[in-house]
Design a protein around this ligand. Structure first.
Ligand SMILES: NC(=O)c1ccc[n+]([C@@H]2O[C@H](COP(=O)([O-])OP(=O)(O)OC[C@H]3O[C@@H](n4cnc5c(N)ncnc54)[C@H](OP(=O)(O)O)[C@@H]3O)[C@@H](O)[C@H]2O)c1
Length: 252
């Protein structure tokens, strides 16, 4: 499969590496477009691309930039990609990083907002796995406690394609439903970066509370910012889990 990735950071870069290992043809872009991009692409084992070309001649595009950066992508960028090209949204909105985006502050479902900015349907995926989970948490299909990724969107065929890529990368997948349901795996929900297996993630998605999610998201971030030292990966997972009394993993 030909894959174009916008963003070569913790998530975009890790997905790029995983997709190459799975045998896909991957090109990437970032804000640099020059020597730094070339060096990063070499490190990842993929091809560097301009932002205009990364969406051309591909089967699937992965958007992995801070939410705020979506507003500065070239206008009509995605009109260069045929309508059958699958677009994956990995982004999460964090006001401390992305600033006040009025519609998101007012509760618009994040991936619906992203889809509106791009002028194209998107599938929300990879957003509920921490970068470290994506780097080291993958397991063989059928392995005990295999971590599951949430996916949402309005095109079943696209969701199948992405689920197959996630499986190749080492993760089970739980379908959370349509894009309008994708708030169930946004930050501040029990499905978000809590490293659950298929059964527990299915429950967690149902337990999500839309009215409480933003407050929990901001509380968790404030705890990390207040810490003297950066939190370890396990501390991040534990703090996320501890916000949800019904989460079967809270006790760990
Ligand atoms: N980190 C996580 O654990 C995690 C987990 C799940 C989802 N996410 C979400 O996934 C998204 C990416 O996160 P990340 O942690 O990978 O971020 P990151 O490490 O900061 O990387 C962001 C990437 O986006 C690129 N970028 C920014 N603006 C751009 C633009 N206008 N055009 C092209 N490229 C642009 C940056 O380019 P440069 O390299 O040139 O700066 C960088 O490569 C965010 O929305 C985040 O919330 C993150």
């Amino acid at each position: 499969m030909k894959i174009g990735i916008i963003g070569t950071g913790a998530i975009g870069g890790t997905i790029a590496k995983k997709m190459v290992i799975a045998g896909h043809d991957v090109k990437v872009t970032n804000t640099d477009g020059g020597e730094k991009l070339n060096a990063r692409a070499k490190e990842l084992g993929v091809n560097p691309s301009s932002i205009e070309d990364v969406v051309r001649n591909v089967d699937l595009i992965i958007l992995s930039v801070p939410t705020l950066a979506i507003l500065s992508l070239p206008e009509n960028l995605f009109s260069n990609a045929p309508s059958e090209v699958v677009i994956v949204d990995t982004t999460n909105y964090y006001p401390f990083r992305d600033g006040e985006i009025e519609e998101l502050k007012n509760g618009k479902v994040e991936s619906i907002w992203v889809s509106e900015q791009l002028g194209r349907p998107v599938i929300k995926a990879f957003n509920n796995l921490l970068a470290e989970t994506l780097i080291n948490g993958g397991k063989e299909q059928g392995a005990e406690n295999r971590i599951a990724m949430a996916i949402s969107g309005d095109n079943e065929q696209s969701k199948k394609i992405i689920s197959s890529l996630a499986n190749d990368a080492g993760y089970d997948v739980v379908d959370a439903g349509s894009l309008s349901e994708s708030w169930r795996h946004q930050p501040g929900t029990p499905a978000y970066c809590t490293e659950l297996d298929l059964k527990d993630l299915s429950h967690a998605l149902l337990d999500a509370d839309k009215d409480k999610a933003a407050e929990i998201r901001d509380f968790v971030i404030s705890k990390f910012m207040d810490g003297d030292a950066p939190a370890s990966h396990q501390e991040v997972v534990n703090l996320n889990r501890s916000q949800f009394a019904k989460n079967p993993k809270t006790a760990i």
